[in-house]
Design a protein around this ligand. Structure first.
Ligand SMILES: Nc1ncnc2c1ncn2[C@@H]1O[C@H](COP(=O)(O)OP(=O)(O)OP(=O)(O)O)[C@@H](O)[C@H]1O
Length: 275
């Protein structure tokens, strides 16, 4: 039986392995295995967190899904299914074609995702695929801005990124990432660079966008406090391997692995901040 579109995973990753050839720094071994046989499914409308400390391979997983790893020094195996298409992870070009349409990305630094000398209205408008009249384009831009809780007034539409706060910039990046109603949004440390007072709002917005749009969210974070507040399910990554995964509240209430326990213990501050 074929699964109906809404029960089909938003993203399926099967046996994804990634090695970097030649270390990042002098003295590192010639080949670093960053990810070993990683598999995961993100369902429509859910937030699935990938959590681990620095170097555990989280960003590598997100980049691999979008075909965004440097081809000259990576070796990749496995499969990615998104938007109803299954693509070998080593076919970087085919995966890149899905970016912007079936896969949206949000990274840590909003200012580097936005063009510094293009107005907000134009940047969002240009990210919309398909044939649209200029009136339809304007309407979609306004509704996208509203969906990220920004008022689409003239002042914002005609603003350049540097006129906006970091939190507003990240909302604009989210509007662009969601512009073509992607199957999956990959959010890699989306609030790490933001002021602590607005982190909760942006995370709640990502949570609500998943629910409202039925996009799946792959939330990449080092912080179990964020996971505990905003993720439905979680996979814990340690040295490129999943050591534990499950429904967030179950993992939180009875973590099985000592590494998971240490991540939970070190997140107490954020858990309180986000409460
Ligand atoms: N361009 C690169 N060249 C060589 N090794 C790399 C490169 N990028 C990442 N690595 C290695 O791959 C492993 C996983 O790195 P990755 O950045 O995916 O981890 P991460 O969990 O996202 O960490 P962080 O939160 O610090 O970005 C690490 O050992 C890292 O040193």
């Amino acid at each position: 039986m074929t699964a109906s579109p809404d029960t089909r995973p938003a993203l399926r990753i099967e046996d994804l392995s990634v090695s970097y050839l030649g270390g990042r720094n002098a003295g590192q071994p010639k080949e670093t295995t960053a990810l070993s046989s990683f598999s995961a499914e993100v369902l429509p409308g859910e937030v699935f967190a990938l959590v681990g400390e620095s170097g555990s391979g989280k960003s590598t997983a997100g980049f691999a899904v979008g075909g965004l790893l440097p081809p000259e020094n990576t070796r990749v195996a496995g499969k990615v299914t998104v938007g109803g298409k299954t693509i070998p992870a080593k076919d970087y070009a085919a995966l890149q074609k899905l970016c912007g349409r079936h896969i949206g990305f949000v990274f840590q630094e909003p200012s580097s995702a936005l063009h510094p000398s293009i107005k907000i209205e134009t940047q969002i408008g240009e990210s919309l695929h398909g044939k649209l009249s200029s009136r339809q384009r304007k309407e979609r831009v306004a509704s996208l801005l509203q969906s990220v809780r920004l008022t689409p007034d003239k002042r914002l539409l005609k603003a350049y990124p540097h006129h906006l706060s970091g939190g507003m910039q990240q909302r604009v990046v989210l509007a662009i990432a969601m512009a073509n109603r992607p199957s999956v949004l990959i959010a890699d440390e989306p609030t790490t660079a933001l002021d602590p007072t607005i982190r909760k709002e942006v995370l709640q917005l990502i949570r609500d966008l998943a629910t409202d749009s039925r996009s799946g969210v792959l939330l990449i974070t080092h912080d179990f406090g964020i996971v505990s507040h905003f993720a439905d399910r979680v996979a814990v990554l340690y040295h490129g391997e999943v050591v534990e995964s499950g429904v967030t509240r179950n993992v939180l209430s009875s973590p099985q692995h000592s590494y998971t326990k240490s991540l939970i213990a070190s997140a107490r501050g954020t858990t309180e901040e986000l409460a």
